[in-house]
Design a protein around this ligand. Structure first.
Ligand code: ADP
Ligand code: MG
Length: 159
């Protein structure tokens, strides 16, 4: 069951950055909104479920991110009815052969496993489930050793 409401996506992203600031600071990772993405965009979605998506994505970017790295959130109006939200990092990245599998339940890459032992491999499966429950999609772009961007769309605010 989704409880949809209108809210400003930048505000929720800032709350999530704030709630994970201790974890980010432990690796001296800097979390910011991308320049040019400051003007408020309203989405119509289940705020608490989207908070969960953002927490999972930012946590991954910290866990698989490098010391002194950075995490950037960006948001764009796409076709006038949708908002695209992306979380980018400059961490270890994901090899091409793993890219299609990371949204599967319990799937973890060998490199991911080797640096972090606490993951369940469920985070991205949950993100995908929540995006799909909203009738939207989630996608990944990544280059090993360079970084990862995970993006998902949401319905824009209904007036
Ligand atoms: N930002 C990222 N950078 C590099 N690898 C990532 C990133 N996000 C996810 N992964 C890879 O995808 C796998 C699945 O992610 P997830 O479902 O959140 O599980 P986990 O519990 O391992 O964090 C991770 O184990 C890791 O190998
Ligand atoms: Mg995770």
């Amino acid at each position: 069951m989704l409880y949809k409401q209108s809210f400003v996506i930048q505000d929720l992203v800032k709350e999530v950055f704030e709630s994970l600031s201790g974890m980010a600071e432990a690796k001296s990772i800097h979390c910011t909104l991308k320049k040019g993405c400051e003007s408020p965009l309203s989405v119509f979605a289940d705020k608490e479920k989207i908070r969960q998506v953002l927490i999972n994505l930012v946590e991954n970017s910290i866990k698989y991110g490098k010391q002194n790295g950075s995490i950037t959130a960006s948001m764009y109006k796409t076709d006038g009815r949708h908002i695209l939200i992306e979380i980018s990092d400059d961490g270890i990245g994901i090899g091409e052969k793993n890219l299609t599998r990371i949204f599967e339940r319990f799937y973890r890459t060998d490199t991911g496993r080797s640096i972090d032992v606490t993951g369940s491999g469920l985070g991205l499966a949950i993100c995908k489930h929540i995006a799909e429950a909203h009738g939207q999609s989630i996608h990944v772009r990544s280059t090993e050793g360079v970084g990862t961007t995970i993006g998902f769309t949401l319905e824009g605010r209904r007036d």
